[in-house]
Design a binder for this molecule. Sequence first.
Ligand code: AMP
Ligand code: GLY
Length: 413
Amino acid sequence: MNVLVLGSGGREHALCYSINKSKRLRNLYAIPGNPGIKTIAECVDLDPMDNEAIKNFVNKKNIDLIIPGSEVYLENGITDVFKGTDVSVFGPTKKATQIESSKEYAKALMKQYNIPTANYEVFDDYENARDYILNNNIPTVIKYDGLAGGKGVVVAMNEKDALDALKLMLQDKKYGDSKVIIEEYLEGPEFSLMCFVNNNIVIPMPIAQDHKRLLDNDKGPNTGGMGVYSSVPIISKEIINEAMNKIMIPTVKAMLDDGNPFTGFLYGGLMLTNSGPKVIEFNARFGDPETEVILPKLETDILDIIRGMLNEKPVMIRWSDDYYVGVVLASKGYPGFYSKGYQIEGLDTTEDIVFHMGTKEVNGLIKTNGGRVLLVTGHANTLKKAKTNAYCNVSKIKCDNLIFRNDIGKKSL
Ligand code: AMP
Ligand code: GLY
């Protein structure tokens, strides 16, 4: 098969890493890719948001399968472009992407089908939203009803933060002209449960736990994720089964019944509350950084899996029992202002794979080129050893401008 991956981050590097091991693979391309991906695939300098340019490239190279990494390509209609052609896209249509791109759609679907999630109200007017905040419980959670690059959620621990968030979203229209959801505050450990999905077929992957805060012990500002591990011993098999039976399978069925079938990777961001697992958010694609520790565990050929899903003939999937820990190395200053262009050395000296999140090749040298720069993995048959291995690999990377958390995986030890 000729396969095209869209995107340029760690998730797309991990996807390419897995696809590159497939016996079915003939040629692997990435648009635009990154220096890590370049070692295993041909990176093509086209705009991944230019569907017309992608169409021409796909025809020229006889691409059989496209895997979009980020939600922005799905929202841009890449799946719809190839509907009814010989080219398969393993990702939802623009309409089904609403499960991620419109919180209002996702929440209404969950309400209608009794899928456990936080109670909520929707507002498009600042005054009404403010009155609601003043008359209801704090803490509360304010969510922008659209894609906001992972920044559209504010967990407000006091009234001022809640009102500031409302002002930013509804008055200043910082992320666009959409509504906000005000949501009940939930508490408990979070975990990510991702599934391969096609119509009514739902196959789970091992779960992972992301670390969203910048600093150790979950202190500091929220980030795109500073580290991740899989599996997650503090979440039992029974809870995962409950989450499949009460959340993931009913959601996929609800979308089908709703005339909006889902194909692709469905990501459940879940929280284990006192009354069982509840949905924090859905994503319509692979999670980042979860992908970077889940796909290395995959022992079955990923193209067999995707082909099986698309033909509605799912294959048995085998996963390694090993634990994987992924530590993100980020630029000093991230998630605020940071500078780029620092040289990175030691990338060839680690025992385990290092995924590139934000790097650039300049005259054969690898330099920092983003907020989150690398995700360094480590694996072993216990979580403790996997963590030690990951940090041993981290110590081999030399760069003057990188920071990282020291406690990835600690919550489950
Ligand atoms: P999201 O961007 O939807 O993943 O949300 C970012 C983070 O906000 C989540 O990982 C949670 O830690 C937190 N969060 C979102 N919704 C809630 C909620 N209803 N109660 C408590 N925390 C939440
Ligand atoms: N790890 C959260 C996400 O992919 O959005």
